[in-house]
Design a protein around this ligand. Structure first.
Ligand code: MN
Length: 310
């Protein structure tokens, strides 16, 4: 039986974490075939499917990656869309990381042996996967192209995020050529999958895209809720704060920050529960109530990065 390598995105997976894993598993399998290596690369996920991912997979007849909650000791693993232990699959310390494909800062994952590592400061991991396929002359089938295109569009908020680069634009144009899709329309269709604000479970509102970080020696949670209906989203501020306080109490977070990002008007409300002194200092705000900041679209670049420097 072929050796199996698991391809996995981060905990609380977003569309990019799952779609880029699907795309990378395709790429690695094609490369292995070409090189005559008997290895099977298998995309898996560490949490529920975002609605747009579920829709895009179904539209393209691609199986949902298997849900796992840990890896066995010695399991070979490729990390996608993350390289920090806090965000990685349980059991990773005793597994073997053989590759990393990412677009985040370099975190704390260490390895015993040299590995394949492709990290680029581009808008999505799917952008990096698309570039890998093209570099190696691997033809991307329409279904995989739709998954990669979708992930670039959600991660870059249809190219509106300051994390979006020229390379993302180029890869979008390339993938449009395969899929025949117009990226703005397709992007809106993906965001529309997320449904009405009023119907969203509050755990999803606060937790779907939450990531833990270490800020000033303390563990904090930073989440982002992107919406095309900012009024509908802010109507749920009270419920969201209650859920944030619950998370802070359960997990001992120093603070929980939820960015409620208005995709259409390009800015975010900052909701903070817990010790908001650091957030206030870094952004020059008083976050004892919701504060709107124009132009904040990227958790990674505009929020996590300055907080990690604090
Ligand atoms: Mn990503």
């Amino acid at each position: 039986m072929a050796e199996q390598v698991i391809v996995v995105g981060h905990k609380n997976p977003d569309n990019d974490a799952i779609s880029a894993a699907v795309g990378l598993a395709f790429f690695e399998n094609e490369l292995a075939k070409r090189q005559g290596r008997d290895v099977e690369y298998k995309a898996v996920r560490l949490g529920g499917l975002p609605p747009e991912t579920e829709w895009n997979l179904a539209e393209n007849g691609i199986d949902q990656p298997e849900l796992i909650d840990h890896v066995e000791a010695g399991q070979k693993v490729i990390l996608v869309d993350h390289n920090e232990l806090k965000q990685a699959v349980d059991g990773l310390a005793d597994a073997e990381v053989v590759g990393i494909v990412d677009h985040h800062r370099i975190g704390d994952v260490t390895t015993a042996s040299p590995i394949y590592m492709t990290v680029r400061p581009w808008g999505s991991s799917a952008t990096v996967v698309t570039a890998l396929c093209r570099q190696h002359g691997i033809e991307i089938p329409e279904g995989i192209a739709n998954m990669l295109l979708g992930a670039i569009l959600t991660d870059t908020v249809i190219l509106k995020s300051p994390t979006a680069t020229k390379v993302d634009e180029e890869q979008i144009a390339f993938l449009e050529g395969i899929t025949g899709k117009k990226h703005v329309e397709f992007g809106q269709a993906l965001f529309n999958c997320r449904g009405a604000e009023a119907d969203l479970p509050i755990e999803t509102y606060v937790g779907a895209d939450a990531k833990e970080f270490e800020v000033c020696g303390k563990t904090v949670l930073i989440a982002q809720h992107e919406t095309v209906d900012i009024d509908g989203a802010m109507k749920r501020e009270g419920e969201a704060r209650e859920q944030m306080r619950k998370l802070a109490a359960d997990k001992g977070y120093d603070f929980v920050l939820v960015l409620v990002t208005d995709i259409l008007n390009e800015g975010s409300y900052f909701l903070v529960e817990g010790n908001h002194a650091v957030v206030d200092q870094v952004f020059g705000i008083d976050s004892s109530a919701a504060v709107w900041i124009d132009g904040i679209m990227s958790r990674k670049k505009q929020v996590a990065a300055p907080l990690l420097k604090a």
